[in-house]
Design a protein around this ligand. Structure first.
Ligand code: ADP
Ligand code: GLC
Length: 468
């Protein structure tokens, strides 16, 4: 079975968040199954991985967007170093940039990517068995292959759409239709939602099956989907929930090259302590106190706006009895507030940026990981934390509901109900008590490190979805 994963991100080529981790791992696990050839197709980026690996050009052609003609080159990474075939689509002027997102013309970029991929597959007469579209950036593919005469060759190919985050739908004005490959205009209704072109809505309407990245989140989408609720009800028969896994090769405290000290289940307490000492020394924190961390994008859905108040209240209420370490970036108001607080509270340390190596160190060093998310389709941080023996303290929502059970119901983490400062601080007080009960904490660490979050089962669930 030939599967093409279409995505804007893939670790370690280009990563902004969990999408990259998923696309960098899922095909590798799918390829363990005999008869499966899962590949990744993504835009070309100006990134170290791309400079360092060898590529060969497997396709050179042209596409038209409105009145402009663009060159399209598809490059294949020669050695399959990632455990799957990797193809990069380069379109000078549109897909030749430093990062996946944040450009004024990104709608046009995403359209060009989808157009370029389908042009390549059609021209090469490569007929995939499955096109697996990740998020709205590739959500128009199921529409295009059915309704654009240029891609007649691909008509009928099975399409799966994965919703990693329903908060982002790629809505654009109808004038953007000029950048699409020519399509039967009487099918235009499939592109429309509320008077705009909505790629995520189109994906749901036109794909053969779609899924959210956890069952918990899939259930929530029926009631809270930024205006697409009625659409999921309508397309209910195609809806699935498949939880993400984690890449156990990359996220292994025993071999992780980014850690100061490696450890396994039996050396966890010592290993974590050494890592914690090193991190606390570097960031001026007292290693004897419980260390709570937050890692993530400073976005509303992550509850990042609550973090400054949570930190302030928790530090003040415990009279400096805890440490808080924050790694992230995004909303400038949150960054500025944290900078100010960093001067006031010795128990708070911040690092404002995107640092892959530091995230690994923090997962290993922390006692607790905070996730006050308002919306969390799956969340990988809590799974990385657990794998590294760190106790997750999470809001009970989406994928966090599916992966973190509270200690009071036999789980190995802490849940709180409302995405608010008070509930989270209350959970921090509970966690602090656990920290000082060393045997109890050790049991939780062991339980967390014993969880099986590997991709094996979910990779199989995706294969079953394709087969169906
Ligand atoms: P999302 O994709 O919504 O951001 P996930 O929990 O699925 O959330 O995945 C986030 C991923 O990004 C994890 O691998 C996490 O470690 C990583 N990450 C987030 N922020 C940072 C940062 N500032 N530095 C390094 N890694 C980060
Ligand atoms: C999105 C979600 C996150 C999920 C990730 C990978 O970015 O916000 O919860 O883990 O995709 O599926």
């Amino acid at each position: 079975m030939n599967i093409y994963h279409l995505s804007m991100e893939c670790y370690p080529v280009a990563k902004v968040g969990g999408l990259a981790d998923v696309v960098g791992a899922l095909p590798k696990y799918q390829n363990k199954v005999e008869g499966i050839n899962a590949k990744v197709v993504m835009p070309w980026y100006n990134k170290p991985f791309v400079w360092e690996q060898e590529f060969e050009i497997v396709f050179d052609g042209f596409i038209h967007q409105s009145h402009h003609m663009f060159q399209v080159q598809v490059m294949k990474e020669k050695s399959n170093a990632l455990g799957f075939e990797l193809y990069l689509v380069k379109i000078p002027g549109l897909l030749d940039r430093d990062n996946p997102y944040g450009y004024w013309d990104e709608s046009q970029q995403f359209l060009a990517f989808q157009h370029g991929v389908l042009h390549w597959l059609s021209a090469m007469q490569i007929r995939p068995d499955v096109l697996h579209c990740h998020d709205y950036h590739t959500g128009l593919v199921p529409f295009m292959i059915e309704n654009c005469p240029d891609f007649q060759f691909l008509k009928g190919v099975k399409t799966i759409g994965t919703i990693h985050n329903g908060e982002y739908q790629g809505q654009m004005r109808w004038s953007m239709a000029q950048y699409m490959p020519w399509f039967d205009s009487w099918k235009g209704g499939l592109l429309d939602w509320g008077g705009y072109i909505n790629p995520l809505a189109t994906m749901i309407k036109c794909c053969h099956a779609f899924n959210a990245v956890s069952s918990g989140y899939m259930e929530e989408l029926f009631y809270n989907f930024r205006g697409l609720e009625s659409l999921v009800w309508q397309e209910k028969g195609k809806a699935h929930g498949i939880i993400n896994g984690i890449d156990l090769d990359v996220w292994n405290p025993e071999t992780d090259p980014m850690l100061d000290f490696n450890y396994n289940k039996s050396s966890a307490s010592e290993g974590k302590w050494h890592n914690k000492q090193a991190l606390c020394l570097e960031y001026g924190l007292n290693p004897d106190l419980p260390l709570f961390s937050f890692i993530g994008r400073f976005a509303n859905e992550k509850g990042a706006d609550l973090i400054p108040e949570i930190a302030k209240n928790a530090i003040e209420q415990t009279q400096g009895g805890i440490n808080i370490m924050i790694l992230g970036s995004g909303d400038k108001a949150i960054e500025n507030r944290l900078r100010e607080m960093n001067h006031v509270y010795v128990n708070l340390s911040i690092d404002l940026g995107y640092k892959e190596y530091l995230s690994h160190k923090i997962y290993a060093s922390s006692d607790f990981l905070l996730m006050p998310s308002r919306v969390e389709p799956c969340g990988l941080n809590q799974m990385y934390a657990m794998r590294y023996g760190t106790v997750p303290v999470v809001r009970y929502t989406g994928g966090l509901r599916d992966t973190v059970q509270d200690v009071t119901s036999g789980g190995a983490g802490l849940n709180f109900k409302n995405a608010g400062v008070e509930d989270c601080v209350h959970a921090i007080h509970r966690a602090r008590e656990i920290f000082w009960n060393k045997d109890y904490l050790q049991n939780l660490i062991n339980s967390n490190m014993n969880f099986d979050f590997s991709w094996d089962k979910s990779a199989e669930n995706y294969l079953n979805l394709y087969r169906n």
